[in-house]
Design a protein around this ligand. Structure first.
Ligand code: HEC
Ligand code: HEC
Length: 338
C-alpha cells in the first residue's frame, strides 16, 4: 500500500513545485504555464476578436438560433446548466456540455478523448445534426457574404473567409479562455490566508485520504486521461470511449473533467445525471457501481458531516470568474450574476 501511494505524493509535490515556480515568474499570477499554441495558428488580438464574434454568432447555425455560447455560456462558466444540451429546433444533443475554460490545455477533446485539436473540434458542433445542424459547404459562403467577416479574413489571414479562417479564429479565441485566479490559486501562490480552515481541511482530504487528486490533480484539476469512475454498473446508450475503437476495455471510460469552477458547472457527469456535489460525493463514498472496467482508485470511504462540508467549501475555492473579462475582450461589460 505504502509504495503504491508514493508516486501520487511525489506528483503532488512536483505539481506544487511547478506551480510555485511559474507563479513566481509571472508577476500578475495569471497563468501557471504558457498556453500551448500550434505553430500554424499563432494568437493575435485581431484573430481572437474575430473568433470571439464567431463564437457568439447564431448565424453559424442552420436556422440562426444557436451559437457556440448557447451551450458554452460565460454566465455558467462556459456550460449551459442542462443535463443534456439542446441545439437547433430544440433537438436534444448527445451529452452534457463541458466547460471550455482552459480548453487550450486539453490534449484531446470530447468525453471520448479522441479529437486532437481545437481547430478540428470546432467543425463537430457546426455540422452536428442536433447542435448547430449546418453544412460547411453552405455555411462558408453564408459567412463569406457577411462583409465584416470577409474583410477580417482578408486582413488577418490574407485569404477569403473559409473553413481555415473559421476554425483557426474560433480556436485562437478559445485558447484565451483561461481560469487560474481562484482562491485556491492564491493559496498555492503562497497566500495562506486565501483559504478558510474548512477549505484547507477539504483540500487535505481531497489530496490525501480520498485520493481524488490522482485523477483531478492541480493545477488543471484533471489528469487529462480517460477513466471509468464507476458511474454505472451497466452503461446504456453511451458507453464512452468504447464508441471510438470498439475496445471493450474502453466501456464506461470518459474524459476526466476539470473541477475548476465546479460550483458553477452543474449538473455533473457526461450525462448530467448528478445535480449537486452531494450527489457526486455519495457516488464516490459508495465506491462506485462496480463496472468491470471501474478504476481501482475508486474505493468506498466514510465522510463525517464536517468532512463533507469541508470538501464542498474546498471545491468552491476553485471558482474564478475573472475569465469573464477575457471573454468580453476586457471591454466594459455588465457582469452576469452567478
Ligand atoms: C448544442 C450545444 C452545443 C453547441 C452549440 C456547441 N457545443 Fe461544444 N460541446 C457540447 C457538448 C455536449 C460537448 C461534449 C461532446 C462530447 O463529448 O461528445 C461539447 C464539447 C466541446 C469541446 C470539447 C471540450 C472538452 O472538454 O473536451 C469544445 C472545445 C467545444 N465544445 C467548443 C465548441 C465550439 C467552438 C462551438 C461552436 C462552433 C460549440 N462547442 C458549440 C455542446 C455544444
Ligand atoms: C479514477 C479516476 C477518478 C477519481 C479517483 C475521482 N474521479 Fe471524479 N471523475 C472522474 C471521471 C472519469 C469523471 C467523469 C465521468 C463521467 O462523465 O461520466 C469524474 C467526474 C467528477 C465530477 C463531475 C465534474 C463535472 O463537471 O461533471 C466531480 C465533481 C468529481 N469527479 C469529483 C471527484 C471527487 C470529489 C473525487 C474524490 C472523492 C473524485 N472525483 C475522484 C474520475 C475520477
Amino acid at each position: 500500500m505504502k509504495s503504491k501511494r508514493t508516486p501520487y505524493f511525489l506528483l503532488i509535490i512536483i505539481s506544487f513545485h511547478v506551480v510555485f515556480l511559474f507563479f513566481s515568474c509571472t508577476p500578475n499570477r495569471v497563468l501557471p504555464i504558457a498556453i500551448p499554441t500550434p505553430a500554424d495558428n499563432p494568437i493575435t488580438d485581431a484573430k481572437v476578436d474575430l473568433g470571439r464574434q464567431l463564437f457568439f454568432d447564431k448565424r453559424l447555425s442552420i436556422n440562426n438560433s444557436v451559437s457556440c455560447a448557447t451551450c458554452h455560456n460565460p454566465k455558467f462558466a462556459m456550460t449551459d446548466r442542462l443535463p443534456i444540451s439542446k441545439g437547433v429546433y430544440g433537438r436534444v444533443a448527445f451529452r452534457n456540455a463541458p466547460s471550455i475554460l482552459n480548453a487550450g490545455f486539453l490534449k484531446t477533446m470530447m468525453f471520448d478523448g479522441h479529437v486532437p485539436s481545437l481547430e478540428m473540434q470546432a467543425i463537430v458542433p457546426l455540422q452536428d445534426h442536433a447542435e448547430m445542424g449546418h453544412d460547411l459547404r453552405v455555411l462558408i459562403p453564408k459567412l463569406r457574404g457577411i462583409a465584416s467577416y470577409q474583410t477580417a479574413a482578408r486582413e488577418i489571414f490574407n485569404r477569403d473567409f473559409d473553413a481555415f479562417v473559421l476554425t483557426r479564429s474560433l480556436a485562437a479565441f478559445e485558447r484565451t479562455l483561461v481560469s487560474f485566479q481562484s482562491k485556491f490559486d492564491l493559496y498555492l501562490a503562497g497566500e495562506s490566508d486565501a483559504l478558510t480552515k474548512s477549505q484547507k481541511r477539504g483540500w487535505a482530504l481531497f489530496s490525501g485520504a480520498l485520493n481524488c487528486v490522482s485523477c483531478h490533480p492541480p493545477p488543471f484539476f484533471t489528469s487529462y486521461e480517460v477513466a471509468n469512475n464507476g458511474l454505472y454498473q451497466v452503461y446504456g446508450k453511451d458507453e464512452g470511449r468504447f464508441r471510438i475503437h470498439n475496445d471493450s476495455s474502453d466501456i464506461g471510460k470518459f474524459k476526466i473533467p476539470s473541477l475548476r469552477n465546479v460550483e458553477l458547472t452543474f449538473p455533473y457527469m457526461h450525462d448530467g445525471s448528478m445535480t449537486t456535489i452531494d450527489d457526486v460525493l455519495n457516488h464516490y463514498m459508495q465506491g462506485g457501481k462496480h463496472h468491470k472496467n471501474q478504476d481501482k482508485r475508486i474505493r468506498a470511504f466514510l465522510l463525517s458531516s464536517q468532512d463533507r462540508q469541508d470538501i464542498k467549501t474546498f471545491l468552491n475555492s476553485l471558482t474564478d470568474t475573472s475569465f469573464i473579462n477575457t471573454i468580453y475582450g476586457g471591454k466594459s461589460i455588465v457582469f452576469p450574476s452567478f
